[in-house]
Design a protein around this ligand. Structure first.
Ligand SMILES: [Zn+2]
Ligand SMILES: [Zn+2]
Ligand SMILES: [Zn+2]
Ligand SMILES: [Zn+2]
Ligand SMILES: [Zn+2]
Ligand SMILES: [Zn+2]
Ligand SMILES: [Zn+2]
Ligand SMILES: [Zn+2]
Length: 559
């Protein structure tokens, strides 16, 4: 076992550690196939060695104050650089580089890391727009990257506070890694834990959605050549959420004496890292009539994915599974119960503010021509529940497991983010071919079949091909297509060139002419009408008989 981490270079304190406590890098050089076949063996090891690798959080005085969105927004670039350095990248900030168009562009961060014989590169955009990043920003980043061919296989990373649905979909499609506010918090947290060294202790969570997607499942790749992809980092974060059970019951009489009731029972979910109410509308700050251009808050689509899983019933007193296969990190709630409740109450009041109509007595409109009895004059009567009308029945902190896996394929990094309870996918770019356009929000996803064994890109059956000679998989750029049968070969395995048309042809589709001894493609062979031998077209003369058909006579038969 290494004394130093190959990834970040920090010392490894635990003997036989399977991953780095500093950066989470995996020390097991196992490919996917091996993970599958070694499952039973690993299981025995983990049973025998019950030592837990779960981290205990550092004491609170260690500079772990909650990061506000504003703090994060101002320091996005600095935080990102710090995290990348801790993960073993050498970081260059505000790099001025020439684009293909000869214009000079600034890149927020360019980070490089050497892994064995490969150099991986990350090109990073850190932007805070004070709102969720929309798809246009992702497209603009893609555009900028496509005009920068100096770096061959860049791994783009976009860092911001939150992202919309459209932005996330496009990023997955183009394999752009996104780091949002929660990712930054989790990454900073695991770095800080690393600095404290690890304390091994079993953790019991009062409430948690149990981990149903295990390490074998989460690292599984539905590819023809999974052995070409390795798991470089595996982390399981336990994210905290408040679930607040409430009921509202208000009955009030309008001025006409009729009584109205507002009744509601439900659960309000609050993110325990930043206090965001996930499932109820939040009262807007400047909601005035004169707001012609109201600030529309774009929702981060990741919240909805967590909500979907949070609807399931959590386990009580749940022990975090102990393992030595990956790093398991419990995230502390940064929002107190009191603040969570207050945020929830604000949303519950907003949701349950209801307006009723009542008739003004004796004020029915009279008209000579029409009877307006059907349209009595009405007034609005609004019920705004008060804090006292809301009963909070129960407040729990529920931890939800979230997988954060990093695969390396060639020089390409693929990040897989999946909620570990029911398996809701947050992002999984290795599963979908990037060479298909997304129209609007609709994803015409094509499942990947294999990775190109030269550049590591995961592609679908239309974009990756197995060489019939050596069985290796290659993308369009790294293979050569036979001009006759259309089968893709790697460049070493297609060497026949037709001496007439110069196109490359496979062995099946080429013939060495017995007369001139040169290779020819199928289009340029003919059968001699006298001797029936197959020869190249240049070694024949044609005779047009009185019938419609041409006759080919080879050079041998002419003599
Ligand atoms: Zn490390
Ligand atoms: Zn494709
Ligand atoms: Zn080949
Ligand atoms: Zn390729
Ligand atoms: Zn062929
Ligand atoms: Zn030819
Ligand atoms: Zn010939
Ligand atoms: Zn002949």
């Amino acid at each position: 076992m290494p004394k130093f981490c190959h990834d970040c270079g920090k010392t490894v304190k635990i003997e036989d550690a399977k991953f780095c406590n500093e950066c989470g890098a995996s020390f097991i050089e196992k490919t996917n196939e091996e993970i599958k076949t070694n499952k039973n063996e690993l299981y025995i090891i983990s049973k025998k060695e019950i030592k837990s690798e779960i981290e205990i959080e550092p004491s609170l005085n260690e500079n772990m104050s909650p990061l506000s969105n504003k703090d994060l927004g101002n320091k996005l670039e600095a935080f990102t650089a710090e995290i990348l350095e801790a993960e073993g990248w050498s970081v260059k900030k505000n790099e001025m580089r020439r684009l293909d168009s000869k214009f000079i562009a600034e890149w927020d961060i360019i980070a490089t890391k050497k892994i064995k014989d490969k150099t991986l590169t990350k090109i990073v955009e850190c932007k805070n727009y004070g709102n969720s990043v929309q798809r246009e920003k992702i497209d603009a980043f893609i555009g900028k990257l496509s005009s920068f061919s100096e770096i061959k296989n860049p791994n783009p990373l976009f860092v911001s506070i939150s992202f919309t649905d459209g932005a996330r979909a496009q990023a997955v499609n183009k394999n752009i890694t996104l780091w949002d506010k929660n990712d930054l918090i989790e990454k900073m947290f695991s770095i800080k834990i690393g600095r404290h060294g690890s304390q091994q202790k079993e953790i019991i969570l009062p409430y948690a959605l149990p981990l149903l997607i295990d390490y074998t499942k989460i690292t599984n790749l539905e590819l023809k050549n999974p052995d070409k992809v390795s798991v470089s980092r595996a982390k399981l974060f336990w994210r905290p959420f408040y679930t607040i059970k409430y009921s509202v019951n208000v009955t009030k009489s309008d001025p006409s004496g009729k009584s109205h009731t507002v009744k509601d029972d439900g659960i309000c979910y609050v993110d325990a890292q930043d206090g965001t109410v996930l499932n109820l509308p939040t009262p807007k700050e400047n909601d005035t009539l004169f707001d012609i251009f109201p600030t529309i808050k774009f929702k981060d689509s990741e919240e909805d994915l967590f909500l979907k899983e949070l609807k399931h019933v959590p386990d009580h007193d749940y022990p975090i599974p102990t393992t030595d296969e990956y790093q398991s990190i419990k995230i502390d709630s940064k929002i107190s119960k009191l603040i969570a409740k207050e945020n929830a109450i604000g949303s519950i009041i907003y949701t349950n503010t209801k307006t009723f109509n009542y008739e003004l007595k004796g004020k029915r409109k009279k008209n000579d021509d029409f009877d307006f009895e059907l349209f009595p004059e009405t007034r609005d009567f609004t019920i705004v529940p008060k804090k006292g009308d809301i009963t909070i029945k129960e407040t729990q902190i529920v931890h939800v497991p979230k997988w954060d896996i990093e695969f390396i394929s060639g020089e390409t990094i693929y990040r897989r983010e999946v909620i570990g309870h029911k398996g809701t996918i947050i992002a999984d770019p290795i599963g979908h071919c990037p060479q298909h356009k997304i129209i609007g929000l609709e994803l015409f996803k094509k499942n990947t079949l294999a990775v190109c064994e030269i550049d590591g890109k995961a592609l679908c059956k239309d974009h990756v091909f197995q060489c019939p000679s050596c069985k290796r998989w290659n993308c369009e750029d790294h293979s050569v297509k036979c001009s006759i049968c259309g089968i893709h070969y790697c460049s070493e395995h297609i060497t026949n060139k037709c001496s007439d048309c110069e196109s490359l042809v496979c062995d099946e589709c080429s013939l060495k002419c017995p007369i001139c001894g040169r290779n020819h493609c199928k289009k340029h062979w003919v059968k001699c009408d006298k001797c029936n031998d197959e020869v190249c077209i240049s070694c024949t003369t044609t005779k047009t008989s009185m019938l419609v058909f041409k006759k080919y006579i080879c050079k041998k038969c002419q003599t």
